[in-house]
Design a protein around this ligand. Sequence first.
Ligand code: MN3
Length: 199
Amino acid sequence: MSVQLPNLPYAETALEPHYSAKTIGFHYGKHHKAYVDNLNKLTPGTPLDGKSLEEIIAASAGDASRVGVFNNAAQVWNHTFFWNCMKPSGGGRPKGELAQRIDQAFGSYEKFAEQFKATAVGRFGSGWGWLVLDGGTLKIVSTANADTPMASKQTALLTVDVWEHAYYLDYQNRRPDFVQAFLDHLVNWDFVAGNLAKK
Ligand code: MN3
């Protein structure tokens, strides 16, 4: 059983005008699919064949002989998670217990948003901005390239992809504008709250 490309949780046009169908067409249809296809070429005939994506990530993280497997497996996981972090008419303030936890951890939603944006925009080169749970504490972190919080024993709650392929067609070099639009119009806080509730 190979790793599958999951369906998008919405239509490719659903996030317009903040995230275009053209961007999703390339980002999901080409980039995300390529990570799945590459991973499925690397695992047959190895002990990782038939393992779950999470098992493959755990088994390859930090293993110099499995860098290609880790990069592709982590990118499959990160992208599937990223699609679920967005929804049409999303963004703005979280509600309920999640809002309280964010206020406790960062002082206010505004301070959270400022720190999240600065961290995501400040990631040099390719990578990801994250809200994670680390030993019971909410933290904002960024990872380089394919790296993913579970490789550092953190639980991912929210992510934004800041590889250029994630935003260049819509925002060109304006990464800050993409992250701001993500926060204001795209974040699926129900998904984030669900990730927190599972812990
Ligand atoms: Mn991407």
